[in-house]
Write a protein that binds this ligand. Structure first.
Ligand code: HAM
Length: 416
């Protein structure tokens, strides 16, 4: 019996990887144009990093982490997201002393034990960025402009940008009081997780996925109505500047985000077709300090690559072309094949994509194979060609042929 992949994981086959590579190249180039540099951090970290960073009362930490004890008895967790690890690396590697802001991006696999459904996997990938060291609204705007540009550059149109502010620890006290008053009326009927969160972190109750809790949450007070002057001014500046840059967005006061580190501006990009959030992010001014650094504001986002791929499939699918062989060399016989190998290697030295037979098949089978793999041109090296020192370069689309010396440089000049 063939062993199957674990639930919630995906194989990405060559028919799709070239599209992924296209997306990755576009986005990394785009990030570079804004001065972001790539970081790679471990797949697993000490569990404590996520407990402290993401927050003990979040679904991610309480229900979704792949946590295990390693053979040395340490509690280890596969990263469920990239921000905590990136900030850990920023601190551990003394990046706080680099010119500010520090701008980092990543493309990494993430692991969450979720209920698997469309667009929700247990191993998925995020491309994201973190801008560490600026408390200015300018950083929020730049971050959202970059996020928007990802979709523009991939010709994705049906995307909605939702924005909210969830304030700072200063304005949260007042809000949490009002929220607890509201939720308190029905708290005995909420799920056990929510009952637990009521004292520890009542805002998390707004993120509960249970239907009955969602119902009770309708009409709950919104953080947006409780912002302190500083948060209010910050949010006003973000909105004004986004409008000046012609960014279409809507305010969604219901966005709370699933991770505890957020402060002030939060945003989600929604695929209007599927309703799924394809990109999420926001400001996290307290996280660097929470993880042992000095108070340092920061903001970032991550896009779910699998969800993005679905959208790209619809917008660009057949316009992204896979590279096809520039030339197929048919040969048979030891002497002829020796020359075929030399010509192929010589052309590859010049960055040409060449295929040739590796199965010692007949001329006919080689021809058929070259057709199946979509080779653009073909040459045959047989006894006659060796003798005359010439070949015919056949264009597989038009069927036309061109004469050439059996010589790497001349073949190159005719097919490049
Ligand atoms: P997040 O909203 O948890 O944020 O995840 C970001 C994106 O990852 C989501 O919008 C979604 O597209 C994708 N995603 C999340 N979970 C899954 C899943 N189970 N299957 C497939 N795709 C998924 C974060 O992770 C933050 N670290 C983003 C951030 C960076 N905030 C500041 N900096």
């Amino acid at each position: 019996m063939i062993i199957q992949k674990p639930k919630g994981t995906k194989d990405l086959l060559p028919e799709d990887t070239y599209k992924l590579q296209y997306i990755e190249k576009k986005i990394s180039r785009l990030f570079e144009n804004y001065g972001f540099r790539e970081i790679r951090v471990p797949v697993f970290e000490h569990t404590e990093l996520f407990n402290r960073g993401v927050g003990e009362t979040t679904d991610v930490v309480q229900k979704e982490m792949y946590t295990f004890d390693d053979k040395g008895g340490r509690s280890i967790t596969l990263r469920p997201e990239g921000t905590a690890g990136t900030v850990r690396a920023y601190l551990e590697n003394g990046m706080a002393s680099r010119p500010s802001p520090v701008k980092l991006w990543y493309n990494m696999a993430m692991y969450r034990y979720e209920n698997v459904q469309k667009g929700r996997l247990r191993e998925f990938h995020q491309i994201g960025l973190e801008l560490i060291g600026s408390d200015s609204y300018l950083a929020d705007v730049e971050t959202i402009l970059i996020a928007k540009r990802i979709f523009d550059s991939l010709n994705i149109k049906n995307i909605k940008i939702n924005l909210n502010s969830i304030g700072c620890p200063k304005c949260r006290g007042e809000y949490q009081k009002a929220l607890k008053e509201f939720i308190g009326k029905n708290i005995n009927d909420y799920c056990d997780d929510c009952k637990n969160r009521f004292e520890k972190n009542p805002m998390r109750i707004l993120d509960c996925k249970q239907e009955k809790c969602k119902k009770f949450n309708v009409g709950a007070p919104m953080m947006l109505d409780y912002l302190c002057d500083e948060c209010k001014e910050h949010f006003e500046n973000v909105k004004r500047s986004l409008k000046e840059q012609n960014v279409d967005f809507a305010i969604d006061s219901g966005i709370v985000r699933g991770l505890d580190y957020y402060t002030k501006t939060v945003f989600e990009f929604i695929d209007e077709e599927s309703g799924l959030t394809v990109l999420g992010g926001g400001r996290y001014d307290g996280l660097v300090q929470e993880l042992g650094g000095s108070p340092t504001p920061a903001i970032g986002f991550a896009t779910g690559v699998e969800r993005l791929m679905e959208m790209v499939e619809a917008s660009l699918g057949d316009k992204i072309e896979e590279r096809k062989p520039d030339l197929y060399i048919v040969s048979s016989g030891e002497k002829e094949t020796k020359v075929a190998v030399e010509i192929a290697e010589g052309l590859r030295d010049k960055d040409i994509f060449v295929e040739r037979d590796l199965l010692e098949r007949s001329f006919n089978s080689q021809m058929k194979y070259s057709d199946k793999i979509g080779a653009k041109k073909l040459i045959v090296i047989g006894e006659n060609e060796l003798e005359s020192g010439t070949v015919k370069i056949k264009d597989m689309k038009t069927g036309k042929t061109q004469d050439s010396k059996l010589d790497v440089n001349e073949i190159y000049s005719k097919i490049k």
